[in-house]
Design a protein around this ligand. Structure first.
Ligand SMILES: Nc1ncnc2c1ncn2[C@@H]1O[C@H](COP(=O)(O)OP(=O)(O)OP(=O)(O)O)[C@@H](O)[C@H]1O
Length: 777
């Protein structure tokens, strides 16, 4: 060990001793704080003098209550902080830091050594930083600059200086294994080591090796919208998660994890990324899928199709008579054109077209649908649409009151009274007493009793109707949506006669779907948008950041929806159009349209071109699968060249795959995926590969991220990575259609270290001019 290494190892030791000391202090402190909190809770009421005799006494009681509550809040929060610090120190103990910069600030005479780790550590005095948190302002120099002039932003302004040297450390279990002067080393050795590792089950943080471009994403802090377009494996998800950790650090005084929401593609993906923030000592943000939201809002009314069911249809039902019409509908209903059309349709409802459900009671009409429509359009058109709906609601409530009065004299009520059981009678009596705020022992006379019971019975029977009116359920959204497709004059006036392609077939199938109580995935967001535009938007103003991963899967419609749903939030959108596997996004190549969401001035775009996941040979091969218009750079990590094996039939295919899996296992790969085109192909592969031990099948709806050896359809493997990937059948029969190019690319880009393709017969034309694989015959 050379002198410098020895010195640095001594420092690591010293820092760990300090961490140990601080851990001990904090353990005592958290124990004490905990007892304190328990004590305050237990004796809460002893400290509060409850006296409400006079107004002054009452006021004093309130004040002392508030004071006591404040004491409790302060103690709880101090305890929480101490626990957080303690767990951060425990994590830092094994690896207190990973980097160092020697920074000479302008005007100073000597450089300061800044050590960077996952948390900060000061000496006893609390003044000298032994380790800086990777999110501290000065740490950005580590990620942003090579040696030479450098600067960083602080709340007080820009600090300029010179980065003299930059070091990376590999510390394991408190021992310094190696250190690199990164100003001298060629290539990034630490990154090589990190990327060369086998994957375990979950995604990990990348704080030690964040790249400059990624750092821009992490620390981006202006405007409402940040768009990140990046190649497969370029670290979009990683950067998004580090960004959340950064925001939670920077705004720790007024931003909590539950004010950040991450839209992930599915629940399994959510579990795959769930370790990253806790590793960094932060709480996980909220994670949802768009489908969760659709189900939450629409599953009472419809059976809502999910995106994977839609994709299975697109992949497997080419022979269907309606196939073209459906795929055209998928594209059209996700388009900006349709979005504008829905908005215009909603505006046109101001003057005509609203459809209401008539209100009936015991088989008789109270108000007919026509009467409601007439009433609605009788209001002054200058009155705002939503105010007119409010007026209509009040009018309907009046109609209901009148009907209620009428019902009281009807024979059914008397019958009902006679049939009241003793218990019901008692209940009714109690209810009336409560309602009238009296404590009568019994009814004063028969008439009073009858009158009271009549009122109560009728009122109770009307309760459901009243609630429906208050909830605006008398507006027939389903019929209004349907009308757009079934009433030619509506669409003609909106499109001035220029009907979308396949409109007739689209209308017919939409009508059929709605009549069956179903909602296709492509209809769900437009339907919900129309519903919200008519009824008023449900908003969530507490969310401050919305992060959308795999954003190429979202339609303009869905973005618009999310913007309205979270009006107080900033949006970070991450995606890759080369992986746009859903039919609606086939023609899109970038997120340019998105800038209109908040306007150019509020939007920034960052491109990530360097891919980190896969070895150089895999990147070179996968790069050849997609149009060359977007740069994809390989990180210089060697590995085996992807291999294509052509087999004659399924039997041979299964034999080869079984053999390959064994070989990969022998090489020490733990996570191996046999990736299929669809769920149907996955099922077939799973039942055919009987000789493969410990094989699991991953299906849509899987909650936990399960690795090891899996058979999985591409759309579920999206966003995830595996040590080795086997493409189950890369034949032209499976991937012959140009529309499947992106699906194929997505499947191949899941591989970190090895990629093996098999083809039953002629291989896919996507690799026709690709020279970056070896053929095994
Ligand atoms: N700066 C980095 N340091 C170390 N590893 C990195 C870095 N950036 C990315 N990686 C690794 O590269 C892999 C791919 O990252 P990630 O999944 O975030 O990429 P992505 O752009 O979201 O990919 P995809 O679009 O294919 O889902 C992960 O293993 C991640 O840890």
């Amino acid at each position: 060990m050379n002198h410098q290494m020895r010195q640095e190892q001594d420092r690591v030791k010293r820092v760990i001793e300090i961490i140990d000391e601080q851990i001990e202090i904090l353990e005592n402190e958290t124990g004490r704080r905990k007892d304190e909190v328990v004590d305050i809770r237990r004796n809460f009421w002893d400290e509060v003098k409850v006296n409400t005799d006079t107004f002054d006494d009452f006021l004093e009681t309130v004040l002392s209550l508030r004071q006591q509550a404040q004491v409790l809040t302060v103690s709880q929060s101090t305890h929480r902080q101490a626990v957080k610090k303690l767990s951060s120190l425990r994590r830092m103990k094994a690896k207190p830091y990973f980097g160092r910069i020697d920074f000479l600030e302008e005007g100073d005479t000597s450089a300061e050594d800044i050590y960077i780790g996952i948390g900060s550590l000061t000496d006893k005095t609390g003044e000298d930083f032994l380790v800086y948190d990777w999110r501290a302002p000065i740490s950005s120099v580590y990620y942003d600059y090579p040696p030479g002039p450098a600067e960083f932003e602080t709340p007080g302004g820009t600090i300029k200086g010179e980065l003299m040297k930059k070091w990376q450390y590999i510390i394991k279990d408190g021992t310094l294994e190696s250190m690199f002067d990164t100003s001298l080393t060629i290539g990034d050795e630490v990154l090589q080591q990190v990327l060369g590792k086998r994957t375990d089950n979950f995604m990990h943080n990348i704080v030690a090796t964040i790249q400059q471009k990624q750092n821009q994403i992490i620390r981006h802090d202006s405007g409402k919208l940040l768009i990140v377009h990046g190649a497969a494996g370029s670290g979009k998800t990683s950067a998004a998660l580090q960004r959340i950790a950064y925001l939670l650090y920077k705004y720790r005084e007024n931003l909590n994890a539950d004010q950040i929401i991450l839209f992930s593609p599915n629940t399994m993906f959510s579990s795959y990324v769930s370790n990253v923030l806790p590793e960094l000592g932060e709480e996980n943000m909220e994670q949802v899928t768009f489908q969760d939201y659709l189900n939450h809002r629409l599953s009472d009314e419809f059976e809502v199709e999910d995106p994977y069911q839609q994709l299975e249809y697109v992949l497997l039902h080419k022979e269907d008579d309606n196939y073209n019409a459906r795929t055209n509908a998928i594209i059209f209903k996700a388009s900006n054109h349709f979005f504008e059309l829905i908005k215009s349709y909603r505006s046109s409802l101001e003057t005509s077209g609203m459809i209401f459900k008539g209100i009936r009671f015991r088989g008789e009409s109270i108000v007919t649908s026509e009467q409601i429509t007439e009433r609605f359009y009788s209001y002054e058109p200058s009155i705002k649409f939503h105010n007119r709906i409010e007026m209509l609601t009040d009018w309907l409530k009046d109609q209901l009151k009148k009907a209620e009065k009428r019902e009281r004299t009807k024979p059914w009520v008397e019958e009902k009274i006679e049939l009241l059981s003793k218990e019901e009678y008692q209940k009714a009596f109690k209810y009336l007493n409560r309602k009238n705020d009296t404590k009568e022992e019994s009814f004063r006379n028969y008439d009073e009793e009858k009158e009271a019971l009549t009122r109560m019975i009728v009122r109770k029977r009307f309760r459901g109707l009243r609630r429906k009116i208050e909830n605006l359920q008398f507006i027939d959204i389903k019929a209004i949506y349907k009308q757009l497709f079934t009433n030619p004059s509506v669409i003609e006036s909106l499109t001035k006669g220029a009907l979308p392609e396949d409109w007739d077939e689209m209308s017919r199938s939409t009508e059929e779907m709605l009549s069956e109580g179903k909602l296709n995935y492509e209809d769900a967001t437009p339907y919900l948008l129309l519903k919200e535009l008519i009824l008023g938007f449900q908003m969530n103003t507490s969310i401050k950041h919305v992060i959308i991963d795999e954003a190429q899967d979202y339609s303009p419609f869905q973005f618009e929806f999310l913007k309205r749903l979270f009006p107080a939030a900033k949006m970070t959108v991450l995606g890759d159009f080369n992986q746009a596997i859903f039919a609606h996004a086939r023609e899109h190549v970038n997120f340019h349209l998105l800038t209109s969401l908040y306007g150019e001035n509020e939007s920034d775009t960052i491109l990530l071109t360097q891919s980190y996941r896969s070895t150089k040979p895999i990147i070179e091969f996968t790069r050849g699968l997609v149009p060359p218009d977007r740069e994809i750079e390989a990180f210089d990590r060697e590995g085996e060249i992807p291999a294509l094996t052509i087999v004659e039939d399924r039997k041979e295919l299964h034999q080869h795959i079984e053999w390959r899996v064994e070989e990969l296992k022998k090489k020490g790969f733990h996570s191996i995926a046999i990736i299929c085109k669809s769920a149907a192909e996955s099922e077939a592969a799973y039942s055919g590969l009987t000789g493969v031990k410990d094989l699991k099948i991953v299906k849509a709806g899987a909650l936990q991220y399960e690795q090891g050896l899996v058979v999985i359809p591409t759309y579920l493997a999206k966003g995830i990575e595996f040590d080795a990937v086997i493409i189950y059948d890369a034949s032209s029969r499976q991937y012959g259609d140009e529309s499947l190019r992106r699906l194929f690319y997505t499947a191949c880009t899941r591989a970190m270290h090895e990629l093996h393709l098999y083809s039953v017969g002629e291989p896919t034309p996507f690799i026709e001019n690709n020279a970056d694989y070896k053929l095994i015959e």
